[in-house]
Design a protein around this ligand. Structure first.
Ligand code: ZN
Ligand code: ZN
Length: 220
């Protein structure tokens, strides 16, 4: 399947699928988007490296962005990455100055195709979450028990169309989950104080890492 040109976009619109990925310290939307990009990159490198449209796109973006290129390396997609980067290097070398202005010099590099796909998937995920939130008591109940959304996704979700009571419950549940983390973070900070530095750390030991996740997103 050629994800770059067909925009392959499997759906997870079912609230039960969201229930499965709720965790007290991980944002389910970050998790789902990340899993999607992992599969997208894998399938692209396994199946589409010789597809002319995919190659053309990757020429225009001068390869993947740094983040996604290294993701390809970490996913150990050696063959696919070698094929793509081989042809990219060839093409780029032919275009180096001094030369008449041609292909790459004549245009700004296009956006990394995986970044593009990530944006689309992210928006779909937010919309699906909001729809499920409005429709499913089960999801709302489970979320208040053990769910959390990162701040960027909570903000995006609250910016979507939904009825006033759904927005109110989402805002309250999202805030409550994040405030639990802020409480842990404060406990962590208090124990850094000289007078309490002898006390051992409890569940707040990694609150500062969870806070990074909730503000800046998951590690690649
Ligand atoms: Zn998130
Ligand atoms: Zn990218």
């Amino acid at each position: 399947m050629n994800f770059l040109t067909s925009g392959g976009n499997p759906s997870f619109a079912d609230p039960d699928q969201l229930l499965e990925v709720l965790q007290p310290d991980r944002c389910p939307l970050c998790f789902l988007v990340r899993a999607y990009i992992y599969e997208h990159l894998k399938s692209l490198l396994d199946e589409s490296v010789n597809d002319p449209a995919t190659r053309e796109k990757l020429f225009h973006s001068k390869g993947f962005c740094r983040r996604h290129a290294w993701q390809g390396v970490h996913q150990r997609q050696a063959l696919g990455m070698a094929v793509i980067y081989n042809s990219l290097m060839d093409k780029w070398l032919q275009e180096l100055p001094p030369k008449t202005r041609r292909f790459w010099q004549s245009r700004k590099a296009a956006e990394c195709p995986l970044c593009e796909s990530e944006k689309v998937r992210d928006l779909t995920a937010v919309r699906e979450f909001v729809r499920c939130w409005s429709e499913s008591d089960k999801l709302r109940g489970a979320f208040s028990e053990k769910g959390i959304l990162c701040l960027p996704h909570l903000e995006k979700a609250l910016g979507q169309k939904m009825n006033a009571s759904a927005r109110k419950t989402l805002r309250e549940a999202g805030e409550k989950a994040l405030k639990r983390l802020i409480k842990d973070l404060n406990e962590f900070l208090e124990k850094q104080d000289y007078h309490r530095s002898q006390e051992s750390l409890g569940k707040e030991w990694d609150a500062w890492i969870r806070a990074v996740r909730m503000v800046s997103g998951e590690k690649d």
